[in-house]
Write a protein that binds this ligand. Structure first.
Ligand code: PEP
Ligand code: MG
Length: 886
């Protein structure tokens, strides 16, 4: 028969730390601690499976469970020698919830259960401490009324405050036994008034009330919200832990506290925690009294007067320190602990792996490996690659208060505060004048590059994780929140409306690109500190990974940043981003809007020297490393002029009338630019563009080879190919340009010509396409867009609902849709390799910096991933973890 009650304590352990699914985190670890001989008050856990059954059976308990609970109570009675409900020497218990992972949305704890008008007298006489007994009883009524009966706790607190005032007391500890006794009478009256019934006197009714309340809290609204936000399935259920009470409020030799075995904020290997003498657990949390430090060193550092536990209770402290060491050796991880000291005797009430900052995670992993507690491989696996983001960008001070206005997509990590500005020229002007600004746009376009560059951070109302704003901001290392749909912006008036409030130009705002939060006012930030542990862990990671890590970068600065972060080449240089620059955009527009080849060639001649010098700078940073340069892939709408002044400028440069230019721009208007005249379609129709770019690449390569003695390795990449013929035609253009340059300069450079796989057709025909191309780079932004038929720029409006409803597990533009897009990648890799066994395979979509997608790339056996500069370390660690998992 299934059973639901699992005992622990007194030499018995029905479960252990492996039973979290069944017993919840707290229950499993209590059983584990008991089994390794730590001082755990005896108790039992009612399994999570009971929670499920409780709901299946209309919120009732089967009789068998009632019997099992009786056995559980008998287990506690046997060990403590006390009897539940006994008027002379009563057993008191605590009742706590405990799901698989800790859930702040749920009912937490009821202490001192088992007290009533009779047993309180018994407790007073056996403890020889009436004050303690009545204090415990009033605590019990207060807590039970709050969390089980759900009565207004304010009324109880009010009564306590009045009692203190009437008597001229300041602290709770000033109240005497008679004071507490009087307050208990008042509390009971309040219960009758609010609940309509007297406070339950039957200890079994009390117990079942509390058990029912724990299970009931699993479906409370706040628990449901918490589960939704944290992806916790509703069918997990919670367990209930019933445990003999130990008392931290039995005078000055008693105490209660919480502790970490290492500092959870810095990772420093020093005990960290707080305790309170003569108190129960809730006093530490409630903040009524200021807790004292655990160690003397911590007290001295803080310059605090009240003695630390190390000084005030040296024996109990020594015992606790020994337990810390035992727990760390046993669990091989930093632990978060609750304990109580009852009249000098230490009791352990909880242990679990402690939550920590990224900085602490790194330090703890490296330290533990160096201490020999864990292996280097385990250290690598312990650090969440995404958390490294916290270390690479300034982050918001976790202790600072935040006035959150709304939430958008966390498009580019880091946090920034500054004056709100609504156009790029203002951003640049104010930034030049020394102001920190946040650029706020409905969406960004190439015209905004200078403003984005000048801004500390970027906020857009529209656009997804691969929108212009997101991609450019990530490349620049600027924090960005995109697609904050609840914002409406009137750039002309210089105002945005959000959450019923108005933010005007010059008001200070803060964005957190790691969470997507948008806040009013300044929030303090903390600067990254790439300490030694970071380098150590990265070195270990590099030792085990197979995937190479390249970067998506097109400016020398980005290339430098990426190299400093360990990039092993460029996986994607988007040449159209080089064209965005203010100094060039007019020539680029002139080229696009030209009516014929001759007109285009004029503009191209102007662009050639600029392109060449760009490539020289990039090759110099990346000398000796492969550099994938993608030929122009401009969604035309991103380049067409909009404002009158822009038309005038281009018309003047091209020597034609504004009206003629406008007519041409109207001709070029596309209904669906993402599926329009972009990628190699541009090269097919206007080969002279790719010819100029190829020439610039090879001329630059020769210059750098001559200057540094080492040649760069250009990999010329043709975008948006769907057929072998497109690639063949473009390869002819590139090869011809190469031969011309090599003949002219008298020097040959090794290079490759390959293609992106961004269209389902390209993936399907990869076998044929590989005949023409020497490498494939999976452009998973477009491949996702075209496979799913979901516009990457409009997805943010509805994809949230898709993720919420479980249609996609995660945003497919962030984490590869392994089942769909992933199958195309696998198929293309297989077909490409069949034709050309040594074909080089990489990924350069935004997924190249996403740990889950990197794990997928490892299983497909790609040669490299390419990520924006600030994600390179994340990719290195994720690649190592993926290799270890294989
Ligand atoms: C892609 O489509 O994945 C890609 C890298 O190209 P872009 O984002 O420039 O379209
Ligand atoms: Mg693309």
């Amino acid at each position: 028969m299934t059973h639901y009650v699992y005992r622990f304590g007194g030499g018995v352990s029905d479960g252990g730390s492996g039973d979290k699914v069944l017993l919840g985190g707290k229950g499993a670890n209590l059983a584990e601690m008991a089994s390794i001989g730590l001082p755990v008050p005896p108790g039992f856990t009612i399994a999570t499976t009971m929670c499920t059954r409780y709901y299946e059976e209309g919120q009732t308990f089967p009789e068998s469970v009632q019997d099992e609970v009786k056995t559980g109570i008998a287990h506690i009675e046997g060990i403590t020698g006390k009897t539940f409900g006994d008027a002379a020497d009563p057993l008191l218990v605590s009742v706590r919830s405990g799901a698989r992972i800790s859930m702040p949305g749920m009912m937490d704890t009821v202490l001192n259960l088992g007290l009533n008008d009779q047993t309180v007298e018994g407790l007073a006489s056996v403890s020889d401490d009436a004050r303690f007994a009545w204090d415990s009883y009033r605590r019990f009524i207060q807590m039970y009324s709050d969390v089980v009966l759900e009565l207004d706790h304010g009324r109880f607190e009010e009564a306590l405050e009045i009692a203190k005032e009437d008597r001229g007391y300041y602290l709770d500890t000033d109240l005497t036994a008679d004071d507490w006794r009087a307050l208990v009478a008042q509390y009971k009256d309040i219960v009758v008034e609010l609940w309509g019934k007297p406070f339950p006197q039957d200890v079994h009714d009390q117990l079942w009330g509390a058990i029912g309340a724990v299970f009931g809290s699993w479906q409370a609204d706040r628990a449901k919200v918490y589960r939704r936000l944290n992806d916790i399935p509703g069918d997990w259920g919670t367990a209930v832990n019933v445990q003999a009470m130990v008392f931290g409020n039995m005078g000055d030799t008693s105490a209660t506290g919480v502790a970490f075995t290492r500092d959870p904020s810095t990772g420093q290997n020093a005990y960290y925690g707080e305790f309170l003498i003569n108190a129960q657990g809730e006093d530490v949390v409630a903040g009524i009294r200021t807790p004292q430090y655990l160690t003397r060193a911590a007290r001295e550092t803080a310059n605090a007067k009240p003695l630390s536990m190390e000084e005030a209770m040296p024996e109990a402290y020594a015992e606790l320190a020994a337990v810390f060491d035992q727990l760390e050796r046993h669990y091989r991880d930093m632990q978060d602990i609750e304990f109580t000291v009852q009249q000098g005797k230490l009791w352990m009430l909880q242990t679990r792996s402690g939550k920590r900052t990224a900085k602490a995670a790194l330090k703890i992993a490296v330290d533990m490996a160096e201490e020999g507690l864990i292996s280097r491989e385990e250290a690598i696996a312990r650090v969440d690659p995404q958390a490294l983001d916290q270390l690479l960008h300034p982050t918001l001070d976790p202790d600072a208060t935040r006035d959150v206005l709304t939430k958008g997509l966390p498009a580019s990590p880091g946090a920034a505060s500054g004056f709100a500005v609504f156009d790029s020229d203002t951003a640049e002007r104010r930034s030049n004048a020394g102001d920190a600004v946040i650029l706020i746009r409905t969406e960004t376009s190439p015209e905004d590059i200078h403003g984005m560059h000048a801004a500390r951070g970027i906020l857009t109302a529209r656009g997804g994780m691969t929108s212009h704003a997101a991609v450019v901001a990530r490349g620049m290392g600027r924090p960005c929140v995109s697609g904050a749909g609840s914002i409406s912006i009137d750039a002309k008036a210089g105002v945005m409306k959000v959450a019923g409030r108005e933010i005007r130009e010059g008001d200070i705002v803060t964005i957190d690109g790691a969470t997507g939060e948008v806040m009013a006012g300044a929030v303090a930030t903390v600067q990254p500190e790439l300490a030694g542990d970071f380098g150590t862990l990265m070195e270990w990671a590099d030792g085990v990974r197979r995937l190479k890590v390249r970067t998506n970068a097109e400016t020398p600065l980005d290339c430098r940043t990426a190299r400093d972060f360990g990039a092993e080449g460029i996986g994607l240089c988007r040449t159209e981003h080089m064209f965005f620059e203010q100094s060039r955009i007019t020539a680029v527009r002139q080229m696009i809007l030209a009516e014929d080849e001759a007109g285009r060639r004029v503009a191209l001649e102007r662009l050639l020297p600029e392109q060449r010098s760009d490539f020289v700078e990039i090759f110099e940073v990346m000398v000796g490393l492969p550099c994938t340069i993608r030929l122009l892939d401009p969604p035309l709408h991103e380049f067409l002029p909009h404002a009158e002044a822009e038309f005038a400028e281009v018309a003047q440069a091209a020597g034609i009338e504004v009206e003629q230019l406008k007519r041409r721009a109207a001709e070029l208007h596309e209904f669906n630019p993402m599926l329009g005249h972009r990628g190699c379609r541009l090269g097919v129709t206007y080969p002279e563009i790719y010819e100029m770019q190829a020439r610039a690449i090879f001329e630059a390569a020769v210059i750098v080879a001559e200057k540094s003695g080492e040649a760069p390795i250009p990999e010329v990449m043709i975008p948006l190919v769907g057929t072998k013929r497109e690639l063949e035609l473009m390869k002819i253009v590139v090869d011809k340009a190469a031969q011309a340059v090599f003949a002219d300069k008298g020097r040959t450079i090794e290079y490759l010509v390959g293609t992106m796989i961004e269209l389902p057709r390209a993936a399907l025909k990869a076998g044929e396409i590989a005949e023409a191309g020497e490498f494939f780079s999976f452009g998973t932004n477009d491949l996702t867009q075209t496979t799913l038929g979901v516009s990457r720029d409009d997805a943010s409006r509805f994809l949230g609902a898709y993720v919420e409803k479980g249609i996609y597990a995660r945003d497919p533009f962030v984490s590869i849709d392994v089942e769909g897009v992933g199958e195309l990648i696998e198929l293309a890799a297989e077909r490409g390799r069949k034709t050309r066994p040594d074909i080089k395979l990489g990924i350069c979509g935004e997924h190249g910096g996403d740990p889950a997608s990197i794990a997928f790339c490892e299983t497909v056996g790609l040669d490299y991933v390419s990520a924006s500069p600030y994600r390179v370390p994340i990719a290195r660690l994720a690649a190592a973890q993926a290799a270890l998992k294989k």
